[in-house]
Write a protein that binds this ligand. Structure first.
Ligand SMILES: C[S@@+](CC[C@H](N)C(=O)[O-])C[C@H]1O[C@@H](n2cnc3c(N)ncnc32)[C@H](O)[C@@H]1O
Length: 363
């Protein structure tokens, strides 16, 4: 996207619309073009041209005229047949006009990227000496699909943490998965995907999705979230998790309120995800909410009793450049239950601990 005036043709294809929006947002002048006289995509573009169908005898002349009059310096086409025609035509009729790369190439390169990351997880798998039975690693196509859905969701979880999650799910007993702090749902889609694959249990995502709750007493971080559009992010979270309906629900509350409800009812109902029953025993607790030390301590205190023997707790941002609340709170937990943890390691900035069998509910 290095040019200034770009012609999008045909302008109505879904990915053409997305590309045009991104181009326009990045400051480019975008002109939509179509061979349909009443193209429904017309209102999406501020400038519009009607071109003949590519098979018509006057197409080449009309295109040449259009790029000259409109000062076009690049053309984007999502349609493979149109792209091929333009590739042959533009060097003859408008030599200075660049054709954006073939759509398949860009898409294939994304898919190669997902596959390569997945393959790297399998090439040198994390060797964990955890308690319980180990399940086989996810096969490459599924793992690549997991990387893809994970990457499509905005968020702060990285590949190293995803890899560690794929490793601990192989050692996961059945039970509920509880995530404190979901934001757009990046880690949540990974948890749902892995839980479905290994048949672990239902996922509960707890997050107030409210600007005032996101403050953690760290000015550099708080200022970024001061104007975060939390209602829209919440809506995006629900879109991202919608494919896992039946396996997932959420609680738009603080973690402490959700813990009370979880303890008493084991059941959460929302308008869009319906009613989800939980077992009351947590196989994986992901603590990624408010990172202020008191908040992490409260999350641990409220939820740790539900974690079953052989279950895992993931303390996010254990290594965090903006504050040491998660690290101190997680270290205190590890010290207190030191003799009761069957595995412990750090990856992707998070601390992963597996809770041993002596970790009783009244501990
Ligand atoms: C670091 S983000 C979560 C990132 C997410 N797990 C991901 O994969 O991108 C922290 C989230 O914690 C939420 N949060 C803040 N206070 C909370 C609380 N008391 N209980 C639950 N969630 C909270 C915030 O609304 C925010 O969405």
């Amino acid at each position: 996207m290095g040019s200034h005036s770009v012609l999008v043709f045909p302008a109505g294809m879904p990915s053409a619309l997305t590309w045009a929006r991104h181009a326009s947002e990045s400051g480019m002048r975008v002109v939509g073009a179509s061979s349909l006289t009443n193209d429904p995509a017309r209102p999406k573009y501020s400038e519009w041209i009607v071109l003949p169908w590519i098979g018509d005898v006057d197409f080449a002349d009309a295109l040449t005229c259009c790029v000259r009059e409109q000062n076009i310096d690049a053309v984007f086409s999502e349609h493979p047949v149109v792209w091929r025609t333009l590739r042959d035509l533009l060097p003859k009729t408008a030599r200075n006009v660049r054709l954006e790369p073939q759509p398949w190439q860009a898409e294939l390169s994304d898919y190669r990227g997902y596959r390569d990351i997945a393959a790297s997880f399998l090439r040198e798998p994390l060797q964990l000496a955890a308690a319980g039975c180990i399940e086989p690693a996810m096969p490459l196509p599924q793992l690549a699909a997991l990387v893809r859905v994970f990457q499509l969701v905005p968020g702060q979880c990285d590949h190293a943490k995803l890899e560690a999650l794929t490793a601990i799910f192989r050692w996961m007993p059945p039970g509920d998965i509880v995530e404190i702090g979901s934001l757009w749902g990046r880690s949540a889609v990974a948890l749902a995907f892995l839980s479905r694959h290994y048949n672990i249990g239902k996922l509960l995502c707890v997050d107030p999705w409210r600007t005032e709750e996101i403050h953690q007493g760290i000015p550099a971080v708080d200022v970024v979230f001061d104007h975060a559009p939390m209602d829209e992010i919440f809506e995006a979270f629900r879109m991202n998790l919608a494919p896992f309906q039946g396996l997932v629900n959420y609680s738009r509350t603080r973690s402490s309120d959700a813990a009370s409800l979880y303890s008493s009812a084991h059941c959460f109902t929302t308008e869009d995800f319906g009613r989800t029953g939980y077992t009351g025993e947590i196989a994986l607790l992901h603590i990624d909410g408010n990172h202020a030390i008191e908040a992490v301590r409260e999350d641990i205190a409220q939820w740790r009793h539900f974690v079953r023997a052989g279950g895992w707790i993931v303390f996010d941002d254990y290594c965090w450049p903006f504050g040491d609340g998660p690290r101190i709170a997680a270290d205190d937990f590890s010290l207190e239950f030191n003799r009761n943890l069957t595995a412990q390691f750090s990856a992707g900035g998070a601390l992963f601990v597996q809770v041993g069998s002596a970790h009783a509910r009244n501990s």
